[in-house]
Design a protein around this ligand. Sequence first.
Ligand SMILES: *[C@@H]1O[C@H](CO)[C@@H](O)[C@H](O)[C@H]1NC(C)=O
Ligand SMILES: *[C@@H]1O[C@H](CO)[C@@H](O)[C@H](O)[C@H]1NC(C)=O
Ligand SMILES: *[C@@H]1O[C@H](CO)[C@@H](O)[C@H](O)[C@H]1NC(C)=O
Ligand SMILES: *[C@@H]1O[C@H](CO)[C@@H](O)[C@H](O)[C@H]1NC(C)=O
Ligand SMILES: *[C@@H]1O[C@H](CO)[C@@H](O)[C@H](O)[C@H]1NC(C)=O
Ligand SMILES: *[C@@H]1O[C@H](CO)[C@@H](O)[C@H](O)[C@H]1NC(C)=O
Ligand SMILES: *[C@@H]1O[C@H](CO)[C@@H](O)[C@H](O)[C@H]1NC(C)=O
Ligand SMILES: *[C@@H]1O[C@H](CO)[C@@H](O)[C@H](O)[C@H]1NC(C)=O
Ligand SMILES: *[C@@H]1O[C@H](CO)[C@@H](O)[C@H](O)[C@H]1NC(C)=O
Ligand SMILES: *[C@@H]1O[C@H](CO)[C@@H](O)[C@H](O)[C@H]1NC(C)=O
Ligand SMILES: *[C@@H]1O[C@H](CO)[C@@H](O)[C@H](O)[C@H]1NC(C)=O
Ligand SMILES: *[C@@H]1O[C@H](CO)[C@@H](O)[C@H](O)[C@H]1NC(C)=O
Length: 442
Amino acid sequence: MRLWSNLATASSLVSLAAGYVVQKDSTCTLYPESLKHNGEAIDDAPSIHKAFEDCGQNGRVVFSNHTFNINSVMNTTNLNNCDVSLQGELLFSDDISYWLSHSYSVVFQNQSTAWLFGGNNITFRGEGGWYNGNGQAWYTENQNGSNQPGRPISITFINSQNVLVDGLTIIQPQFWATFVSYSKNVSITNLFVNATSNDQWGTVNTDGYDSWNSDNLLVENAVITNQDDCIAAKGNTTNLHVKNVTCYGNYGMSIGSVGQYPTMPDYVQNVTFEDVRCINCQEGALIKTWQGVSDNGSSNGDSGGGGSGLVKNITYRNFELTNVALPIQISQCIYSEDGQSCNTSKMAIEDITWSNIKGTSRYNIATSIYCSDVHPCPGLKFEDIELQSLNSTLGLPMYGTDIQDEVYQCTNIIGEDDSGIPCNRAAPDNYGQTVSTNVKDD
Ligand SMILES: *[C@@H]1O[C@H](CO)[C@@H](O)[C@H](O)[C@H]1NC(C)=O
Ligand SMILES: *[C@@H]1O[C@H](CO)[C@@H](O)[C@H](O)[C@H]1NC(C)=O
Ligand SMILES: *[C@@H]1O[C@H](CO)[C@@H](O)[C@H](O)[C@H]1NC(C)=O
Ligand SMILES: *[C@@H]1O[C@H](CO)[C@@H](O)[C@H](O)[C@H]1NC(C)=O
Ligand SMILES: *[C@@H]1O[C@H](CO)[C@@H](O)[C@H](O)[C@H]1NC(C)=O
Ligand SMILES: *[C@@H]1O[C@H](CO)[C@@H](O)[C@H](O)[C@H]1NC(C)=O
Ligand SMILES: *[C@@H]1O[C@H](CO)[C@@H](O)[C@H](O)[C@H]1NC(C)=O
Ligand SMILES: *[C@@H]1O[C@H](CO)[C@@H](O)[C@H](O)[C@H]1NC(C)=O
Ligand SMILES: *[C@@H]1O[C@H](CO)[C@@H](O)[C@H](O)[C@H]1NC(C)=O
Ligand SMILES: *[C@@H]1O[C@H](CO)[C@@H](O)[C@H](O)[C@H]1NC(C)=O
Ligand SMILES: *[C@@H]1O[C@H](CO)[C@@H](O)[C@H](O)[C@H]1NC(C)=O
Ligand SMILES: *[C@@H]1O[C@H](CO)[C@@H](O)[C@H](O)[C@H]1NC(C)=O
């Protein structure tokens, strides 16, 4: 009752509203059901659907400054000329068994999502509000497992054109935080993602941003804390511009993984990552492809290989790295680190530039650039690369090795002498995404 009377002073109209959407002209303002039900966490997804039905065409949807309980999946797609303002909290339920069996498929890697969002000419602005995925329940339940079927992507922008998402904050995402799929001209600016676990389990697979089958994309001004890719351009991402991003503890700026499916070639072209900071990351600037032989496993998105395609014209510019384990990597066998099939990858990689990459590596490793025998890489270029191990900047030796200087590991680079890459070792054929020791042998 107390909550109700607070609200009544805010707006007496609300008590008359059906489904708890108040419509005035073409603006639908949402209030949570909990206000009418003594704070009970009643599902607000039905009212949200109603608001988008009533105001999703040539209108405006406002989530007022309250906590909304999202207990069921949302599909707010086919919007047209719509502006969305998020002023309250979207609190997703932690009913894991519900989400496992109801999340919407996004097709790619058999993954799924809690919210499908999209349409044409849309703005979505976080205006004081945020998305709370209640991810701790997932981190704890998943126990460091990978790609659990049904574990939902927080929000998927799908079949969309001309979309601006500004000021979106996602805390404790359930899985990947944002995914852009089958879309064109989608800009995400001032994005904040924080997945942090409070128990012994990590926040595995909480990518900040992934794109797939999409063109003409922007990510600008983002701060992302998580335990997987900070930003990843997956298959058929073209003309992606990423600018001014700070990554904490994650896997940095990534192309891939690509080459997973023999029947679906991946083309990734014209991607620029610039003005990036990576702090305590596992990786900084990387390209990861599957091996050329399909492993025929059956687990959710974690098996595959044998896909072909092209990764071309990728630029990593102005990176400041702090204590990054593997600053620069190309791997053509990212998930088969057994040294058996690295040389088989069918993905071609060409015209990749790393420019003005500075800072500290965790180990004595600056690069591992491993191109396959099938597709040695032409057009790789280093400009102004200054990497030093963290220990050497502190006057401390690298432990358990005679190699105190940075190693630049390279295999199968075409035109190595013109590349500017100071290769001084062969790249190993058994690096995955995580390295945990210095290079030891000379
Ligand atoms: C989502 O809603 C749209 C209609 O707006 C419909 O065409 C589509 O099939 C729905 N998607 C799913 C996965 O239910
Ligand atoms: C885009 O939508 C806004 C309202 O959300 C409208 O004012 C504008 O005219 C639309 N633009 C186009 C090109 O339809
Ligand atoms: C939302 O309400 C809280 C207090 O209930 C207030 O501190 C905050 O400033 C409000 N946010 C906006 C965007 O009005
Ligand atoms: C891209 O989308 C933005 C809205 O975010 C719009 O202002 C712009 O006109 C669109 N560009 C094109 C080429 O349609
Ligand atoms: C992310 O959340 C954790 C836990 O609440 C907090 O310690 C950390 O400072 C947050 N990171 C950022 C960048 O705000
Ligand atoms: C789970 O992963 C986290 C983060 O990588 C790690 O710190 C932790 O030791 C792992 N937990 C267990 C029990 O293996
Ligand atoms: C970079 O992004 C951060 C975080 O969103 C923002 O605070 C800062 O103003 C941005 N810097 C520039 C130069 O736009
Ligand atoms: C990428 O696009 C090509 C067509 O250009 C298509 O054949 C292929 O299946 C697409 N790949 C994926 C992963 O969707
Ligand atoms: C890459 O960018 C160039 C120059 O803007 C453009 O001509 C080309 O079509 C783009 N490639 C793709 C695949 O979009
Ligand atoms: C490479 O991609 C960048 C955008 O990332 C674009 O500006 C440039 O024109 C492209 N170059 C070629 C040769 O396509
Ligand atoms: C694909 O996901 C569904 C549920 O989303 C799950 O039942 C099925 O086992 C998954 N398939 C694989 C190969 O993991
Ligand atoms: C850096 O120096 C510290 C202190 O001697 C040592 O414990 C640590 O193992 C060194 N780090 C590496 C990567 O060698």
